[in-house]
Design a binder for this molecule. Structure first.
Ligand code: HEC
Length: 173
């Protein structure tokens, strides 16, 4: 009789200890899963917030850089430094192409952006204008040495792009 009791006891303890260890395992798995999920959601939030800020900062800095390049180009042409001015024209062109990638959906507002919502309502038109501005700088570089009037050429191929885009897509500042 005692023998049976012992066996039942043994069995009972085994079942309990198996159950416990299973429970702890599950529990740990869930804990790990929970922590992983938590850090993921935290990270992805932080990540997207960070990237919004970075992208807006990046495009502002590229526009500012293009403004500086444009002024520099104008000065170089006054000094008839044609070859140097052409290099800067091509850099402006490249910057415009990079700018094409810097208007994703999550950068419509915040961080002092002056970009207007209409950009994303007609993204194709906006992108086409950016691409055209880039092409115009390549065109300018290819024709500049044959121009009599540098200022007129700059106006036609460089400065007109700024105005065409800002008047519709950038907030008055
Ligand atoms: C296809 C559109 C487009 C073209 C072309 C364009 N811009 Fe802009 N520009 C913008 C937009 C949109 C902003 C606002 C960006 C923001 O605040 O996120 C801007 C902002 C700027 C800024 C402010 C940057 C800052 O630090 O806030 C300057 C300076 C600027 N542009 C100069 C120029 C000049 C100079 C040209 C021409 C040589 C030019 N842009 C051509 C669309 C354009």
């Amino acid at each position: 009789m005692n023998q049976w009791k012992n066996l039942a006891n043994q069995l009972y303890r085994n079942v309990i200890s198996f159950g416990m260890s299973y429970f702890i395992k599950i529990n740990n798995t869930f804990k790990v899963l929970f922590i992983v999920l938590l850090s993921f959601s935290f990270n992805s939030n932080a990540f997207s917030e960070e990237s919004t800020k970075d992208i807006i900062k990046k495009r502002k800095s590229l526009f500012s850089q293009n403004y500086k390049l444009a002024k520099r180009i104008s000065i170089l042409l006054n000094e008839v430094e044609i070859e140097d001015s052409k290099k800067l024209m091509l850099r402006m062109s490249d910057n415009y192409l990079e700018l094409l990638t810097l208007f994703p959906e999550n950068t419509k507002e915040g961080h002092g952006t002056e970009a207007l919502p209409i950009i994303w309502e007609e993204k194709d038109k906006f992108d086409a204008l950016m691409k055209k501005s880039s092409d115009q700088m390549i065109k300018l570089a290819s024709i500049i040495e044959d121009q009599d009037d540098f200022r007129a050429a700059l106006k036609q191929y460089m400065w007109s792009s700024c105005k065409a885009c800002h008047s519709r897509y950038r907030a008055p500042h």
